[in-house]
Design a protein around this ligand. Structure first.
Ligand code: SF4
Ligand code: SF4
Length: 344
């Protein structure tokens, strides 16, 4: 598969990366097979995170048979201070079985407090500086779901790579963030190219993304055939027909009242409800293994039951979502999921 230079780094990456979330659901043997198949198809860019269960370990096992310098590895840590991120970087290195990681991201810097913590003295950014200076990581990066915070992070001009949600429903980056990344020559990983598992039409999803020359989508996949399909779409880009444009409009409309863009503008909730976490329950169920999904969601769902319907969050949501109603819907989705699992 064709390679391209990524932002102002010296990395040459495939036009598609592989995201490391869904392999959490696979046995080690199956995960290793899928990762090796994907690399053999020409994908050299793999993105994971310290917080994705055993994803790093599975990737580490899979890449043993490949030359390290032919691969671009990217991971992330949600640590906010220097000491914690340094220990996470060491752990990532150990799990991935490598002595350097190409891209290391401050994971999900999505509000003002996160921004201040990571960029302050003794914050996580200083940890990245240490790790760069001793060769453990090569490039500074961050991921964010909040376009305003992402803009602020990019504006520091201290990052070479960013990762932000982009798909034909999460289109906000089109306006400012993609042009800004282009202007600053920052590598742009398109997070959730298929809406975190919610968009089912890969053809529409990847043809939408193909219009942005400089971005690299990182679909999370769990079957070799899924990546084969995506590669074929990317290799044969073609503009949308009128009928397809209408189909996108229809999908957008269907999801319009329930699609959480994970921007976090509705937070904080005075009752302490982690709204975004609750509203992505369906996506988590689809992509993450049972034990991890319990770890990620259970407490949030319990907390959601404490919503007093003050509607402060609704006032702040730019997409006019009826958040209290959606919390209830997600509680029901969760109950159904748990019941089905117990009956397995
Ligand atoms: S409506 Fe519920 S979720 Fe929204 S701010 Fe009020 S208590 Fe929090
Ligand atoms: S509910 Fe609205 S404001 Fe809150 S994260 Fe989702 S889209 Fe953003």
């Amino acid at each position: 598969m064709e390679r391209k230079r990524f932002g102002n780094t010296d990395l040459k990456v495939s036009k598609i990366a592989m995201g490391g979330i869904p392999i959490m659901r696979l046995s080690k043997e199956d995960a290793v097979k899928v990762i090796r198949d994907v690399i053999n198809m020409g994908i050299n860019f793999i993105d994971t995170a310290n917080g994705y269960g055993d994803s790093e370990e599975k990737i580490g096992e899979a890449i043993k048979i490949f030359k390290r310098n032919n691969l671009v590895l990217s991971s992330k840590s949600a640590a906010r201070d220097k000491k914690a991120i340094l220990s996470h970087i060491d752990l990532s290195l150990k799990r991935l079985g490598t002595d350097y990681i190409d891209i290391y991201q401050l994971h999900c810097v999505s509000n003002k407090e996160d921004f201040e913590k990571v960029m302050s003295p003794k914050g996580a950014y200083e940890g990245l500086e240490d790790a760069v200076s001793n060769g453990k990581i090569r490039y500074y990066a961050f991921s964010s779901h909040n376009p305003k915070i992402a803009e602020k992070m990019m504006g520091t001009e201290r990052f070479q790579v960013t990762q932000i949600p982009l798909n034909f429903i999460d289109t906000e980056p089109e306006e400012k963030l993609i042009p800004l990344a282009h202007k600053l020559n920052i590598g742009f990983i398109a997070m959730k190219p298929m809406g975190g598992g919610m968009l089912e039409d890969a053809d529409l999803a990847f043809r939408y993304l193909a219009q942005f020359e400089e971005i690299v989508p990182d679909p999370g996949i769990e079957k070799t055939e899924e990546m084969e399909e995506i590669i074929n779409i990317v290799k044969n880009p073609r503009p949308f027909t009128e009928k397809e444009k209408q189909k996108i409009k229809r999908i957008k409309k269907e999801f319009g009242n329930s699609w959480c863009h994970r921007c976090g503008y509705c937070q904080p909730c005075p009752e302490g409800i982690p709204i975004t976490t609750v509203l992505i329950t369906q996506s988590m169920i689809k992509r993450v293994d049972y034990d991890s999904v319990i770890g990620f969601q259970e407490k949030a769902i319990e907390k959601a039951g404490e919503c007093v319907e003050c509607r402060e969050c609704v006032e702040k949501c730019p997409y006019d979502l009826d958040i209290p109603a959606l919390l209830k819907e997600n509680i029901e989705i969760w109950k159904k999921f748990k019941k089905e699992h117990e009956n397995l």
